[in-house]
Design a protein around this ligand. Structure first.
Ligand SMILES: C[S@@+](CC[C@H](N)C(=O)[O-])C[C@H]1O[C@@H](n2cnc3c(N)ncnc32)[C@H](O)[C@@H]1O
Length: 204
């Protein structure tokens, strides 16, 4: 099944932040800064996206009635801020992050804010995705190990309506391949592309 790109206009930057989003982002940013200063070992693949823009992009998706349901999954969640932003507006939100230290930090932030997002430790890469080996050989900044996370979470990958990821430059194809192979028809993949902003594709 092909992916259809949905253009998100630049004007989303003028959208108001959702209720509680700024407090969430400020709290998470403080925790991220403290963690970075305290941690002796650098987690090479961890960088944060533009959380404000994520909030605005989700608002735009909602306003345009593009969602088929309310289940949200952040692939490579880091501090899980996108998942928490989705949970804040009532979505059933989870994050999957491979580094246990980040998972602990993310869940501590969620708990401190009474935010129901759950960040799980493991790889978001499902088992036996056809053709993924070839795409994976081009990828340097994603752990390509396969895992059973969707069984552990108790939500099938086909049951999520919106995925979010922040791929490293040139590596979004890996995320799109998994999305195209495994997600439900009608679901959405939102990716942050640095200076290029947000990219949205729908499985049709
Ligand atoms: C660029 S960071 C993005 C963090 C967060 N989503 C954000 O936008 O701020 C990518 C994260 O993906 C994690 N990661 C890499 N491969 C993974 C995998 N296979 N499964 C889960 N997490 C992974 C890294 O540890 C890192 O924290």
């Amino acid at each position: 099944m092909p992916l259809q790109e949905i253009e998100i206009p630049d004007s989303i930057k003028q959208l108001e932040y959702s209720s509680g989003a700024e407090h969430l982002i400020d709290t998470a940013n403080e925790a991220i800064e403290a963690f970075m200063l305290a941690d002796q070992t650098v987690i090479e693949n961890f960088v944060t996206c533009d959380f404000h823009l994520v909030d605005q992009a989700i608002s735009w998706i909602e306003q345009n009635h593009l969602l088929t349901g309310d289940r949200f999954c952040e692939w490579g969640a880091g501090f899980g801020v996108a998942a928490m932003l989705a949970a804040l507006r009532g979505m059933q939100a989870v994050g999957i992050e491979i580094d246990q230290r980040l998972v602990n930090e993310a869940n501590a932030v969620a708990e401190s804010l009474d935010n129901p997002a759950q960040i799980h430790c493991g790889s978001f890469v499902p088992r036996d995705v056809e053709g993924l080996d070839e795409v994976a050989s081009e990828v340097r900044n994603v752990d390509t190990d396969e895992d059973d996370m969707y069984d552990e979470i108790g939500i099938d990958i086909e049951d999520f309506d919106l995925f979010f990821a922040f791929p490293w430059p040139g590596e979004h194809g890996f995320f799109e391949h998994i999305f195209e192979a495994c997600a439900a028809s009608g679901s959405l993949l939102l990716t942050y592309r640095g200076r290029e902003g947000m990219n949205l594709v729908q499985k049709v």
